[in-house]
Design a binder for this molecule. Structure first.
Ligand code: CMC
Length: 393
Protein backbone atom coordinates (compact mmCIF):
# COMPACT_ATOMS: atom_id res chain seq x y z
CA UNK A 1 0.00 0.00 0.00
CA UNK A 2 1.48 3.37 -0.92
CA UNK A 3 -1.28 5.86 -1.47
CA UNK A 4 -0.59 9.57 -1.63
CA UNK A 5 -4.19 10.63 -1.09
CA UNK A 6 -6.76 9.77 1.55
CA UNK A 7 -9.47 7.42 0.33
CA UNK A 8 -12.58 5.88 1.81
CA UNK A 9 -12.57 2.08 2.19
CA UNK A 10 -15.17 -0.32 3.55
CA UNK A 11 -13.90 -3.01 5.90
CA UNK A 12 -15.80 -5.25 8.32
CA UNK A 13 -18.98 -3.58 7.08
CA UNK A 14 -17.79 -0.16 8.27
CA UNK A 15 -16.35 2.86 6.51
CA UNK A 16 -12.71 3.84 7.17
CA UNK A 17 -10.28 6.40 5.74
CA UNK A 18 -7.04 5.11 4.30
CA UNK A 19 -4.30 7.74 4.68
CA UNK A 20 -0.93 8.05 2.88
CA UNK A 21 1.97 5.97 4.11
CA UNK A 22 4.03 7.71 6.76
CA UNK A 23 0.99 9.93 7.50
CA UNK A 24 2.46 12.35 4.93
CA UNK A 25 0.25 15.47 4.66
CA UNK A 26 -2.27 14.08 7.16
CA UNK A 27 -3.52 16.53 9.80
CA UNK A 28 -4.15 14.47 12.88
CA UNK A 29 -5.12 17.09 15.47
CA UNK A 30 -5.01 20.79 16.33
CA UNK A 31 -2.35 22.48 18.46
CA UNK A 32 -1.64 26.05 19.59
CA UNK A 33 2.01 25.35 20.44
CA UNK A 34 3.79 25.38 17.07
CA UNK A 35 3.27 24.58 13.44
CA UNK A 36 4.33 25.54 9.96
CA UNK A 37 2.54 28.49 8.35
CA UNK A 38 0.13 27.61 5.53
CA UNK A 39 2.77 28.37 2.88
CA UNK A 40 5.23 25.91 4.45
CA UNK A 41 7.93 28.56 4.78
CA UNK A 42 8.29 29.23 8.52
CA UNK A 43 7.42 27.49 11.73
CA UNK A 44 5.45 29.54 14.22
CA UNK A 45 6.07 29.30 17.98
CA UNK A 46 2.88 30.46 19.69
CA UNK A 47 2.38 33.20 17.10
CA UNK A 48 6.04 34.22 16.60
CA UNK A 49 8.31 33.22 13.70
CA UNK A 50 10.81 30.55 14.77
CA UNK A 51 13.65 32.56 13.18
CA UNK A 52 12.71 35.65 15.23
CA UNK A 53 12.60 33.72 18.51
CA UNK A 54 15.65 31.66 17.53
CA UNK A 55 17.68 34.78 16.90
CA UNK A 56 16.64 36.86 19.90
CA UNK A 57 15.18 34.81 22.74
CA UNK A 58 17.08 33.18 25.61
CA UNK A 59 16.45 29.51 26.39
CA UNK A 60 14.35 30.55 29.39
CA UNK A 61 12.20 33.01 27.42
CA UNK A 62 11.57 30.54 24.58
CA UNK A 63 10.83 27.65 26.98
CA UNK A 64 8.36 29.85 28.87
CA UNK A 65 6.71 30.81 25.58
CA UNK A 66 6.37 27.18 24.43
CA UNK A 67 5.08 25.98 27.82
CA UNK A 68 2.77 28.83 28.84
CA UNK A 69 1.81 30.36 25.49
CA UNK A 70 3.27 33.88 25.85
CA UNK A 71 6.61 35.59 26.30
CA UNK A 72 7.29 36.27 29.99
CA UNK A 73 7.49 39.66 31.69
CA UNK A 74 10.34 40.46 34.14
CA UNK A 75 8.93 38.81 37.25
CA UNK A 76 7.64 35.76 35.37
CA UNK A 77 11.02 35.24 33.72
CA UNK A 78 12.85 35.63 37.05
CA UNK A 79 10.59 33.09 38.74
CA UNK A 80 10.78 30.63 35.82
CA UNK A 81 14.61 30.90 35.66
CA UNK A 82 14.82 30.42 39.44
CA UNK A 83 12.72 27.25 39.24
CA UNK A 84 14.69 25.90 36.26
CA UNK A 85 18.06 26.53 37.93
CA UNK A 86 16.96 25.09 41.26
CA UNK A 87 15.95 21.85 39.49
CA UNK A 88 19.22 21.51 37.53
CA UNK A 89 20.70 18.67 39.61
CA UNK A 90 20.11 14.93 39.93
CA UNK A 91 19.84 12.78 43.07
CA UNK A 92 22.79 10.64 44.24
CA UNK A 93 20.77 7.50 43.51
CA UNK A 94 20.61 8.53 39.85
CA UNK A 95 24.33 9.29 39.77
CA UNK A 96 24.95 5.84 41.29
CA UNK A 97 22.74 4.25 38.63
CA UNK A 98 24.57 6.15 35.85
CA UNK A 99 27.88 4.81 37.24
CA UNK A 100 26.68 1.35 36.19
CA UNK A 101 25.86 2.11 32.53
CA UNK A 102 28.07 0.67 29.77
CA UNK A 103 29.72 2.71 27.04
CA UNK A 104 26.88 2.93 24.53
CA UNK A 105 24.99 5.60 22.62
CA UNK A 106 24.13 8.36 25.13
CA UNK A 107 20.50 8.59 23.96
CA UNK A 108 20.00 5.43 26.04
CA UNK A 109 21.20 7.31 29.14
CA UNK A 110 18.52 9.94 28.61
CA UNK A 111 15.62 7.49 28.35
CA UNK A 112 16.99 5.45 31.28
CA UNK A 113 17.51 8.54 33.46
CA UNK A 114 14.08 10.02 32.75
CA UNK A 115 12.42 6.72 33.64
CA UNK A 116 14.43 6.65 36.88
CA UNK A 117 13.15 10.16 37.67
CA UNK A 118 9.65 8.71 37.24
CA UNK A 119 10.46 5.83 39.59
CA UNK A 120 11.52 8.30 42.31
CA UNK A 121 8.43 10.48 41.83
CA UNK A 122 6.02 9.45 44.62
CA UNK A 123 3.04 10.20 42.41
CA UNK A 124 3.97 10.12 38.70
CA UNK A 125 0.31 9.76 37.66
CA UNK A 126 -0.82 12.98 39.38
CA UNK A 127 -2.19 15.05 36.48
CA UNK A 128 -3.18 18.20 38.33
CA UNK A 129 -2.24 21.28 36.31
CA UNK A 130 0.39 22.79 38.63
CA UNK A 131 2.03 19.40 39.09
CA UNK A 132 2.26 18.92 35.32
CA UNK A 133 4.03 22.28 34.85
CA UNK A 134 6.38 21.65 37.81
CA UNK A 135 7.14 18.19 36.43
CA UNK A 136 7.85 19.63 32.98
CA UNK A 137 10.33 22.14 34.44
CA UNK A 138 11.94 19.39 36.50
CA UNK A 139 12.47 17.12 33.48
CA UNK A 140 13.73 19.99 31.28
CA UNK A 141 16.23 21.02 33.98
CA UNK A 142 17.48 17.52 34.84
CA UNK A 143 17.79 15.95 31.38
CA UNK A 144 21.10 17.69 30.49
CA UNK A 145 22.61 16.64 33.84
CA UNK A 146 21.57 13.05 33.10
CA UNK A 147 23.14 13.08 29.61
CA UNK A 148 26.36 14.75 30.76
CA UNK A 149 26.80 12.33 33.66
CA UNK A 150 25.91 9.24 31.61
CA UNK A 151 28.57 10.25 29.08
CA UNK A 152 31.40 11.40 31.38
CA UNK A 153 30.88 8.72 34.05
CA UNK A 154 30.90 5.90 31.49
CA UNK A 155 33.81 7.29 29.40
CA UNK A 156 35.98 9.10 31.92
CA UNK A 157 34.72 7.97 35.34
CA UNK A 158 34.08 11.50 36.56
CA UNK A 159 30.88 13.13 37.72
CA UNK A 160 29.66 16.40 36.20
CA UNK A 161 28.26 18.87 38.70
CA UNK A 162 25.84 21.54 37.51
CA UNK A 163 26.46 25.19 38.41
CA UNK A 164 23.07 26.58 39.38
CA UNK A 165 24.38 30.15 39.39
CA UNK A 166 24.67 30.02 35.58
CA UNK A 167 21.90 30.43 33.04
CA UNK A 168 20.62 27.18 31.54
CA UNK A 169 22.27 27.23 28.07
CA UNK A 170 25.71 28.23 29.38
CA UNK A 171 25.67 25.60 32.08
CA UNK A 172 24.45 22.92 29.68
CA UNK A 173 27.27 23.70 27.23
CA UNK A 174 29.80 23.75 30.09
CA UNK A 175 28.56 20.32 31.30
CA UNK A 176 28.47 18.86 27.78
CA UNK A 177 32.11 19.94 27.32
CA UNK A 178 33.14 18.07 30.48
CA UNK A 179 32.58 20.70 33.16
CA UNK A 180 36.12 22.11 33.15
CA UNK A 181 36.04 25.14 30.88
CA UNK A 182 33.53 27.98 30.66
CA UNK A 183 32.86 28.65 26.95
CA UNK A 184 32.95 32.21 25.56
CA UNK A 185 29.89 34.46 25.20
CA UNK A 186 29.52 34.07 21.42
CA UNK A 187 29.86 30.29 21.72
CA UNK A 188 27.18 30.20 24.44
CA UNK A 189 24.80 32.43 22.46
CA UNK A 190 25.25 30.36 19.29
CA UNK A 191 24.59 27.19 21.27
CA UNK A 192 21.58 28.75 23.01
CA UNK A 193 20.16 29.81 19.66
CA UNK A 194 20.44 26.21 18.38
CA UNK A 195 18.54 24.98 21.46
CA UNK A 196 15.76 27.50 20.85
CA UNK A 197 15.52 26.47 17.18
CA UNK A 198 15.34 22.79 18.15
CA UNK A 199 12.78 23.40 20.92
CA UNK A 200 9.60 22.46 19.07
CA UNK A 201 8.39 21.64 15.58
CA UNK A 202 4.75 20.68 15.21
CA UNK A 203 3.87 17.00 15.11
CA UNK A 204 7.35 15.76 14.25
CA UNK A 205 8.03 12.03 14.83
CA UNK A 206 9.23 12.25 18.45
CA UNK A 207 6.51 14.72 19.48
CA UNK A 208 3.92 12.50 17.85
CA UNK A 209 5.32 9.50 19.77
CA UNK A 210 5.13 11.55 22.97
CA UNK A 211 1.51 12.53 22.22
CA UNK A 212 0.52 8.92 21.49
CA UNK A 213 1.89 7.88 24.90
CA UNK A 214 0.23 10.88 26.59
CA UNK A 215 -3.07 9.98 24.92
CA UNK A 216 -3.17 6.69 26.85
CA UNK A 217 -2.93 8.86 30.01
CA UNK A 218 0.43 7.33 30.83
CA UNK A 219 2.79 9.58 32.80
CA UNK A 220 5.02 12.38 31.46
CA UNK A 221 8.28 10.50 32.21
CA UNK A 222 7.18 7.56 30.04
CA UNK A 223 6.12 9.92 27.24
CA UNK A 224 9.50 11.70 27.27
CA UNK A 225 11.41 8.39 27.37
CA UNK A 226 9.43 7.17 24.33
CA UNK A 227 10.10 10.44 22.51
CA UNK A 228 13.85 10.10 23.17
CA UNK A 229 13.68 6.68 21.49
CA UNK A 230 12.00 8.17 18.41
CA UNK A 231 14.42 11.10 18.23
CA UNK A 232 17.43 8.77 18.25
CA UNK A 233 16.77 7.49 14.71
CA UNK A 234 18.95 8.75 11.82
CA UNK A 235 15.95 10.03 9.85
CA UNK A 236 15.03 12.33 12.77
CA UNK A 237 17.34 13.68 15.52
CA UNK A 238 20.10 11.17 14.81
CA UNK A 239 20.76 13.05 11.55
CA UNK A 240 22.93 15.76 13.18
CA UNK A 241 25.57 13.25 14.28
CA UNK A 242 25.41 11.50 10.87
CA UNK A 243 25.76 14.86 9.08
CA UNK A 244 28.98 15.59 10.95
CA UNK A 245 30.32 12.10 10.23
CA UNK A 246 29.55 12.71 6.56
CA UNK A 247 31.35 16.07 6.52
CA UNK A 248 34.38 14.58 8.28
CA UNK A 249 34.42 11.78 5.69
CA UNK A 250 34.30 14.33 2.85
CA UNK A 251 37.19 16.18 4.48
CA UNK A 252 37.53 19.22 2.20
CA UNK A 253 34.87 21.52 0.64
CA UNK A 254 36.15 20.87 -2.88
CA UNK A 255 35.42 17.15 -2.49
CA UNK A 256 31.75 17.72 -1.54
CA UNK A 257 30.24 17.66 -5.03
CA UNK A 258 31.88 14.38 -6.06
CA UNK A 259 30.73 12.84 -2.76
CA UNK A 260 27.11 13.90 -3.36
CA UNK A 261 27.14 12.61 -6.95
CA UNK A 262 28.54 9.26 -5.85
CA UNK A 263 25.98 8.84 -3.03
CA UNK A 264 23.03 9.84 -5.20
CA UNK A 265 24.17 7.43 -7.89
CA UNK A 266 23.97 4.67 -5.28
CA UNK A 267 20.53 5.99 -4.19
CA UNK A 268 21.88 6.77 -0.71
CA UNK A 269 20.66 9.68 1.42
CA UNK A 270 22.72 12.75 2.17
CA UNK A 271 22.37 13.52 5.87
CA UNK A 272 21.23 16.99 6.85
CA UNK A 273 19.15 17.38 3.67
CA UNK A 274 15.44 16.99 3.02
CA UNK A 275 12.42 17.57 5.21
CA UNK A 276 8.86 16.36 5.34
CA UNK A 277 7.59 19.93 5.68
CA UNK A 278 10.19 22.30 4.17
CA UNK A 279 10.53 21.50 0.49
CA UNK A 280 12.41 24.67 -0.54
CA UNK A 281 14.16 26.08 2.53
CA UNK A 282 14.47 25.38 6.27
CA UNK A 283 14.34 28.82 7.96
CA UNK A 284 16.27 27.56 10.99
CA UNK A 285 19.38 27.30 8.82
CA UNK A 286 19.47 31.11 8.29
CA UNK A 287 19.89 31.82 12.00
CA UNK A 288 22.54 29.14 12.40
CA UNK A 289 24.41 30.38 9.33
CA UNK A 290 24.66 33.81 10.97
CA UNK A 291 26.21 32.26 14.08
CA UNK A 292 28.63 30.13 12.06
CA UNK A 293 29.64 33.23 10.09
CA UNK A 294 30.30 35.11 13.33
CA UNK A 295 32.45 32.23 14.60
CA UNK A 296 34.20 32.04 11.22
CA UNK A 297 35.60 35.55 11.81
CA UNK A 298 38.14 34.00 14.18
CA UNK A 299 37.74 30.22 13.87
CA UNK A 300 39.22 28.56 10.73
CA UNK A 301 37.24 25.34 11.31
CA UNK A 302 33.98 27.35 11.14
CA UNK A 303 35.20 28.87 7.83
CA UNK A 304 35.98 25.44 6.43
CA UNK A 305 32.65 23.95 7.46
CA UNK A 306 30.70 26.90 6.07
CA UNK A 307 32.49 26.42 2.75
CA UNK A 308 31.68 22.70 2.87
CA UNK A 309 27.99 23.46 3.56
CA UNK A 310 27.95 25.86 0.58
CA UNK A 311 29.30 23.17 -1.74
CA UNK A 312 26.91 20.51 -0.42
CA UNK A 313 23.91 22.83 -0.75
CA UNK A 314 24.86 23.82 -4.31
CA UNK A 315 25.27 20.21 -5.39
CA UNK A 316 22.07 18.97 -3.69
CA UNK A 317 19.97 21.77 -5.15
CA UNK A 318 21.34 21.35 -8.67
CA UNK A 319 21.08 17.56 -8.67
CA UNK A 320 17.98 16.86 -6.56
CA UNK A 321 16.28 20.19 -5.72
CA UNK A 322 16.51 19.21 -2.03
CA UNK A 323 17.40 21.90 0.55
CA UNK A 324 19.58 21.49 3.63
CA UNK A 325 17.94 21.19 7.04
CA UNK A 326 18.74 22.37 10.58
CA UNK A 327 20.84 19.26 11.32
CA UNK A 328 23.51 20.09 8.74
CA UNK A 329 24.11 23.41 10.51
CA UNK A 330 23.96 22.18 14.11
CA UNK A 331 26.41 19.43 13.12
CA UNK A 332 28.90 22.06 11.92
CA UNK A 333 28.23 24.37 14.87
CA UNK A 334 28.64 21.67 17.54
CA UNK A 335 31.83 20.46 15.85
CA UNK A 336 33.22 24.01 15.92
CA UNK A 337 32.27 24.26 19.61
CA UNK A 338 34.33 21.11 20.31
CA UNK A 339 31.39 18.89 21.38
CA UNK A 340 31.85 15.08 21.06
CA UNK A 341 29.69 14.01 18.09
CA UNK A 342 27.75 11.33 20.00
CA UNK A 343 26.32 14.13 22.14
CA UNK A 344 24.71 16.02 19.22
CA UNK A 345 21.43 14.06 19.31
CA UNK A 346 21.23 14.29 23.14
CA UNK A 347 21.53 18.09 22.71
CA UNK A 348 18.55 17.94 20.33
CA UNK A 349 16.66 16.08 23.11
CA UNK A 350 17.76 18.62 25.76
CA UNK A 351 16.01 21.28 23.64
CA UNK A 352 13.04 19.31 22.23
CA UNK A 353 12.04 18.15 25.72
CA UNK A 354 10.47 21.60 26.14
CA UNK A 355 8.15 20.86 23.21
CA UNK A 356 7.49 17.30 24.35
CA UNK A 357 6.37 18.39 27.82
CA UNK A 358 4.21 21.22 26.42
CA UNK A 359 2.58 18.81 23.95
CA UNK A 360 2.09 16.27 26.74
CA UNK A 361 0.13 18.86 28.74
CA UNK A 362 -1.90 19.94 25.68
CA UNK A 363 -2.69 16.31 24.80
CA UNK A 364 -3.88 15.24 28.27
CA UNK A 365 -5.87 18.47 28.62
CA UNK A 366 -7.87 17.81 25.42
CA UNK A 367 -7.47 14.07 25.26
CA UNK A 368 -8.73 11.40 22.94
CA UNK A 369 -6.72 8.22 22.74
CA UNK A 370 -4.69 8.04 19.52
CA UNK A 371 -5.50 4.64 18.13
CA UNK A 372 -5.55 4.28 14.35
CA UNK A 373 -6.81 1.28 12.42
CA UNK A 374 -4.62 -1.20 10.59
CA UNK A 375 -5.37 -2.77 7.24
CA UNK A 376 -4.70 -6.47 7.76
CA UNK A 377 -3.44 -8.04 4.53
CA UNK A 378 -2.14 -11.36 5.91
CA UNK A 379 -3.80 -14.78 5.42
CA UNK A 380 -7.02 -15.83 7.15
CA UNK A 381 -8.90 -19.02 7.87
CA UNK A 382 -6.12 -21.14 9.42
CA UNK A 383 -7.09 -23.56 12.24
CA UNK A 384 -4.84 -24.45 15.16
CA UNK A 385 -3.04 -27.81 14.66
CA UNK A 386 -1.34 -29.48 17.66
CA UNK A 387 2.46 -29.34 17.43
CA UNK A 388 2.89 -33.14 16.99
CA UNK A 389 0.80 -33.03 13.82
CA UNK A 390 1.91 -29.57 12.66
CA UNK A 391 5.57 -30.50 12.46
CA UNK A 392 5.20 -33.86 10.70
CA UNK A 393 6.92 -33.73 7.35
N1 CMC B 1 19.30 12.65 0.31
C1 CMC B 1 18.98 12.13 -0.89
N2 CMC B 1 17.72 12.03 -1.34
C2 CMC B 1 16.75 12.46 -0.52
C3 CMC B 1 17.00 13.00 0.75
C4 CMC B 1 18.34 13.09 1.14
N3 CMC B 1 18.66 13.61 2.33
N4 CMC B 1 15.85 13.35 1.33
C5 CMC B 1 14.87 13.02 0.48
N5 CMC B 1 15.42 12.48 -0.63
C6 CMC B 1 14.71 12.00 -1.81
C7 CMC B 1 14.08 10.64 -1.55
O1 CMC B 1 14.99 9.60 -1.83
C8 CMC B 1 12.92 10.67 -2.49
O2 CMC B 1 13.41 10.49 -3.80
P1 CMC B 1 12.58 9.66 -4.89
O3 CMC B 1 11.28 10.43 -5.06
O4 CMC B 1 13.46 9.68 -6.10
O5 CMC B 1 12.39 8.30 -4.29
C9 CMC B 1 12.45 12.12 -2.43
O6 CMC B 1 13.61 12.87 -2.07
C10 CMC B 1 11.34 12.34 -1.39
O7 CMC B 1 11.88 12.04 -0.12
P2 CMC B 1 11.14 11.28 1.04
O8 CMC B 1 12.10 10.39 1.75
O9 CMC B 1 9.86 10.71 0.50
O10 CMC B 1 10.78 12.48 1.98
P3 CMC B 1 10.15 12.30 3.38
O11 CMC B 1 9.35 13.50 3.63
O12 CMC B 1 9.48 10.98 3.49
O13 CMC B 1 11.43 12.24 4.32
C11 CMC B 1 13.32 12.89 5.55
C12 CMC B 1 11.99 13.33 4.94
C13 CMC B 1 13.82 13.98 6.48
C14 CMC B 1 13.15 11.59 6.34
C15 CMC B 1 14.33 12.67 4.38
O14 CMC B 1 14.49 13.86 3.67
C16 CMC B 1 15.67 12.16 4.88
O15 CMC B 1 15.83 10.97 5.09
N6 CMC B 1 16.66 13.08 5.08
C17 CMC B 1 17.97 12.68 5.60
C18 CMC B 1 17.93 12.59 7.12
C19 CMC B 1 17.81 13.95 7.78
O16 CMC B 1 18.57 14.86 7.48
N7 CMC B 1 16.88 14.04 8.74
C20 CMC B 1 16.68 15.26 9.54
C21 CMC B 1 15.37 15.92 9.24
S1 CMC B 1 15.26 17.59 9.91
C22 CMC B 1 15.32 17.41 11.62
C23 CMC B 1 14.16 16.65 12.18
O17 CMC B 1 13.04 17.16 12.20
O18 CMC B 1 14.38 15.54 12.65
Amino acid sequence: MSTTLCEKVVREGREFVRVPKGLANVIIDQTTISGVDPEGKETIYRGYLISDIGKHASFEEAAYLILYGELPCDEELKEFSRKLNSERWIPTKLIDALKTVPITHPMYYGAFGVLLLGMYDPNPDDMSRDTLYDRAIKIIAKLPVIFANGWYLSRHGHEIKPDQSLRHAGDVLRMILGGGIMPGDIEIRAFESSLVLYMDHGFNASTFTNRVIASTLSDMYSAVAGAIGALKGPLHGGANQRALEMMLEIGEPEKARAYVEEKLKKKEKIMGFGHRVYKVHDPRTDVLREWLSKLAEYNPEARKFLAMIDELEKAMWELKKIPSNVDLYTAALYHVLGIPKDLYTPIFAIARVVGWTAHYIEQVTHNKIIRPKEEYVGPTGFKYIPIEERCKR
